[in-house]
Design a protein around this ligand. Structure first.
Ligand SMILES: Cc1cc2nc3c(=O)[nH]c(=O)nc-3n(C[C@H](O)[C@H](O)[C@H](O)COP(=O)(O)OP(=O)(O)OC[C@H]3O[C@@H](n4cnc5c(N)ncnc54)[C@H](O)[C@@H]3O)c2cc1C
Ligand code: SF4
Length: 324
């Protein structure tokens, strides 16, 4: 680990001042400390933000407010979240381990870096870690890598399960800097790698995530998350599907579908959604819509299995949420 300064702040102003002076925020530390140990990340100044007042969960008729320092386990177990936003609870509980979920924050979760083994090995070529150095994953061990939203510069999947649920539910990220506050729709928060894979999100230097808001709707109650992985716990997704359906009068009135484990960013599926709206729930509807999930997929040498897998994952979750 490289030497670094450490400070603990108790006011938002102190945090923002430190952020503006190149300080790096730390919440649960479950990802940042790992990367610092591997020397992948070398911040000169680490700023503990756990003294800040972003720890509330509020459920209103309009939607859900979640402070960025709320722990994954706390949000998952919140009784109203469990009842009204089952997709969120499930996505959180299927991520990491119980110990990690107790420590890890909501803000830190959506800011986590790729799990690509080459990114984490400082002796490998990796355009995210070292822009312009190349990408050892493209022709190397790429079984876990993405088939959607890739570029010649990077094929790493986005690792967050929560982020897939947030994209499906049209969450908004609230951020703060010394210049004021702004809101970023979560769809615009995560950036596809394109020519600059080192730019993973739209947060500006020093900006602090303060909270997330998630609008409520008829679809939020009828929602859920399916995660397919190599083993049943403590593993990242090979493919996952977040589905939220508004079904009234025997017709699908609204549909939100996003997938994880297969794309460079949490991946919304507008064509699948369009194919569902106005249809009667049933096996034919789910199968036809799920077939559109993989449009534009570009498999690598070892991950072509993800094409069928993601289609089946979406279909199975549509059946679970919408009925057969
Ligand atoms: C073994 C293992 C298995 C895992 N499995 C899964 C999994 O299956 N699914 C999954 O989704 N995740 C998984 N994770 C990732 C885990 O969920 C993240 O490590 C965790 O959510 C990060 O939260 P944190 O608060 O500890 O972040 P930290 O490590 O404290 O911070 C992470 C990053 O976020 C930044 N940051 C933190 N808070 C803020 C803020 N408020 N504003 C701006 N920037 C901020 C930090 O500067 C840092 O860059 C796994 C992790 C491990 C170690
Ligand atoms: S896939 Fe992305 S993160 Fe992995 S080595 Fe290539 S550039 Fe780096």
């Amino acid at each position: 680990m490289h030497p670094f300064a450490f400070s603990r702040v108790s006011t938002v102003t102190a945090a923002l001042n430190a952020g503006a002076r190149d300080g790096r925020y730390i919440a649960g530390g479950t990802t940042l400390v790992d990367l610092m140990r591997e020397t992948v990340e070398r911040p000169a100044h680490v700023v503990d933000i756990n003294g800040l007042p972003y720890k509330d969960i509020t459920v209103t008729r309009q939607g859900l407010y979640v402070g960025s320092l709320v722990r994954m386990s706390e949000l998952a177990a919140h009784p109203e979240v469990r009842a009204t936003y089952p997709l969120l609870s499930q996505a959180l509980e299927l991520g990491a381990s119980a110990q990690l979920r107790n420590m890890a924050s909501i803000g830190g979760n959506i800011m986590q870096r790729p799990r690509c083994p080459y990114f984490r090995d400082v002796h490998s070529a990796c355009n995210r870690r070292d822009p312009g150095s190349g990408c050892d994953a493209r022709h190397g061990d790429n079984r876990m890598q993405a088939i959607l939203g890739t570029s010649t510069h990077c094929v790493a999947t986005h690792p967050s399960d929560l982020a897939v649920a947030l994209v499906a539910l049209d969450a908004v990220v609230q951020v703060r800097s010394l210049d004021g506050t702004r809101s970023i729709p979560v769809q615009d928060f995560f950036l596809r790698p394109k020519d600059t894979p080192q730019n993973e999100h739209s947060l500006r230097p020093g900006e602090l995530i303060t909270s997330l808001t998630i609008p409520s709707g008829a679809h939020t109650r009828r929602s859920g998350y399916l995660k397919i992985r190599d083993r049943q716990s403590y593993e990242f997704a090979l493919a996952s599907a977040a589905v939220a359906l508004d079904i009234r009068g025997g017709v699908v009135r609204g549909a939100r579908v996003a997938v994880g484990g297969v794309a460079t960013v949490p991946w919304r599926l507008p064509k699948v959604e369009e194919a569902l709206v106005g249809k009667r729930p049933g096996r034919r509807t789910w199968t036809d819509a799920a077939a559109l999930a993989v449009e534009g997929a570009v498999p690598l040498s070892e991950n072509a299995f993800k094409v069928r897998l993601v289609e089946r994952t979406v279909r199975r979750q549509l059946m679970t949420i919408g009925g057969q």
